[in-house]
Structure formats: structure tokens, C-alpha cells
Ligand binder design. Structure first.
Ligand code: PMP
Length: 286
């Protein structure tokens, strides 16, 4: 857990870090967020995460709480105060505090900004990666703008809880056509029998993952065969490899889907290679 949180201009100990009951994030999930990896005390892929934050805010017409330069300082200060070496920094911006009313509050209402940071257990993540993870498929019941990184994550909460109850670390969400869109908190990938890396195309029905975009740059640079297209649950069952990508876990091999082993049931070579080399391709900030 974050010991110190930045809340609207102040760095506060966890117990004192609070937002108002009438914050629109609390009332309506009217807010957006970012999770950025911290490695060796430095931010990973910061520029891309900040660009996506700008886009999410713009799509929802939430005012930027501060300039990117000022936010960069707050992120670093929150990382420093929490003594984070390897972990994550979390940024949340909501439409602010106002009397509960569905329509936007009056112009001039200040957005709320919260930043937290914590270390994550690298040893356990490496163990999980070495073993590979189980995923299970669940229906994708989310709204039609999941390209916006909003804090309205109830379907994701339910999907990931269902996965846990079925002994899996991640849920793969399945649309009405029987295609896998993405994971509950990650992007979904398969390697087909003929060696093509496949992931769902960008659009309104997946989050444009930052880790996904870095992995795409990497596989293009390495000349690996790549297809950005939808794939069905059946194709995933038949895949040679599967994996997920997210900022907090980078690349994690998937070794079973709905209890069926993927390939030979061990982490695949391509997924393991992408995980090993991820930070050679990511942008590490000062
Ligand atoms: N899809 C969803 C639904 C997510 O919540 C996340 C993680 N925030 C991702 C994909 C992966 O995105 P990123 O690589 O930017 O962490």
C-alpha cells in the first residue's frame, strides 16, 4: 500500500488521505486513471501513459488538473516519498466535488487529483511469470467506450473475481461474436500454430494498452509476424502460446485457458522472450 498519497496539492499519510463524499469519482465513477510501472525508481513509458491520460480526460471533457510538467514532478515526489524502487505509481483524476447531479458541475469546478505509489513483490512476480498463469473466459459485459481508461471498473472487478474463484489470475473477456477482446486488467495475445502474434485491434472495445504498444514496436523491430485482428476463444484454445500485457506485470505467459493447456502447458518461448527484453524497448524516464 501507498504510505503517502498526494491529494489535491498535499502529500498526506495514508490515514489522513481522503476525498469528499460528493466527489464525482465516488458518486458516479466520473474519473480516469493511469498506472505506470516504476523500475529502479524511474518511470517506465511515462510519455505514453501521460498521452493516454490526456486523451481519456479529453474524451470525457474533464479539465486537466495541472500541466504535464507539474504532474511529472508530483509523480516523482510521490515515488520518492514512498521509497518505491520497483512497483507502480497510480494517478486518478475525477471531475471534482459538487452537489450530486448527473450533469456536469459548473465551469470552474476543480478536478480532484490523487497520486499513490507502492512497491510490488518482484520475486513473486518472477515466480508467477516462470510458472505461467491460468486465464478463464467470461462474457464482456462492459460499456462501449472501454478505450477510455475510466475508473468505472465494476465489470472488470466481477470478471477478475470470477477468475479467482475458478483458480485463474486473469479473466479473458469474450464479446457477442465469441472473440476475446482483452483481459480484466490486461491486453490479451496469442501466438497461432503458424507462429503469428495476434492481438485485438484498437477501437472502442479495448483499452489501448501502453505495454501492448511497446510490445508491438518490439515485435515489428524484430521482424516477427504480427496480426492486429480479432481472435475467437476456439483459436485461443488451439494457440501455440498465449500471454497478457500490462504496465504492472509487463508480459506474463498464459499456460492454460479455461483449464485447457496452451501448447505444451509451459510458458512459451516468444512470451518469455518478450518479457525478458521488455525494458530494453520501453522508455525509462530520468
Ligand atoms: N486492458 C485493461 C482493461 C486494463 O485495465 C489494462 C491495465 N490498466 C490494460 C488493458 C493494459 O494496459 P497497460 O499496458 O497500459 O497497463
Amino acid at each position: 500500500m501507498s504510505r503517502i498519497a498526494y491529494v489535491n496539492g498535499r502529500y498526506l499519510p495514508r490515514e489522513a488521505a481522503k476525498v469528499a463524499v460528493e466527489d464525482r469519482g465516488y458518486q458516479f465513477a466520473d474519473g480516469v486513471y493511469e498506472v505506470c510501472e516504476v523500475r529502479g525508481g524511474r518511470l517506465v513509458d511515462e510519455r505514453r501513459h501521460m498521452a493516454r491520460l490526456d486523451r481519456s480526460l479529453g474524451e470525457l471533457r474533464i479539465v486537466r488538473p495541472m500541466s504535464n510538467a507539474a504532474l511529472a514532478i508530483v509523480l516523482r515526489e510521490t515515488i520518492r516519498r514512498n521509497r518505491v524502487r520497483d512497483g507502480i505509481v497510480y494517478v486518478q483524476v475525477t471531475r471534482g466535488v459538487a452537489r450530486r447531479d448527473f450533469t456536469f458541475p459548473v465551469a470552474g469546478t476543480r478536478p480532484s487529483l490523487v497520486v499513490t505509489a507502492r512497491n510490488s513483490d518482484q520475486r513473486s512476480l518472477e515466480d508467477i511469470a516462470a510458472e505461467g498463469i491460468a486465464v478463464v473466459t467470461v462474457p464482456d459485459i462492459r460499456w462501449k467506450r472501454v478505450d477510455i481508461k475510466s475508473v468505472a471498473l465494476l465489470p472488470n472487478v466481477l470478471a477478475k473475481q470470477a477468475a479467482r474463484e475458478r483458480g485463474a489470475r486473469e479473466a479473458w473477456l469474450v464479446d457477442s461474436q465469441g472473440c476475446i477482446t482483452e483481459g480484466g486488467s490486461s491486453n490479451a495475445w496469442i501466438v497461432s500454430r503458424d507462429g503469428k502474434l495476434i492481438t485485438h485491434p484498437l477501437g472502442n472495445d479495448i483499452l489501448p494498452g501502453i505495454t501492448r504498444s511497446v510490445v508491438i514496436d518490439t515485435i515489428k523491430a524484430q521482424g516477427l509476424p504480427f496480426e492486429e485482428r480479432t481472435f475467437t476463444v476456439e483459436e485461443a484454445y488451439a494457440a501455440r502460446e498465449a500471454f497478457i500485457t500490462s504496465a504492472s506485470q509487463t508480459v506474463l505467459p498464459v499456460v492454460s485457458i479455461d483449464g485447457r493447456p496452451v501448447g505444451n502447458g509451459a510458458p512459451g518461448l516468444i512470451a518469455s522472450g518478450l518479457r525478458r527484453d521488455y525494458h530494453d524497448h520501453a522508455e525509462i524516464s530520468d
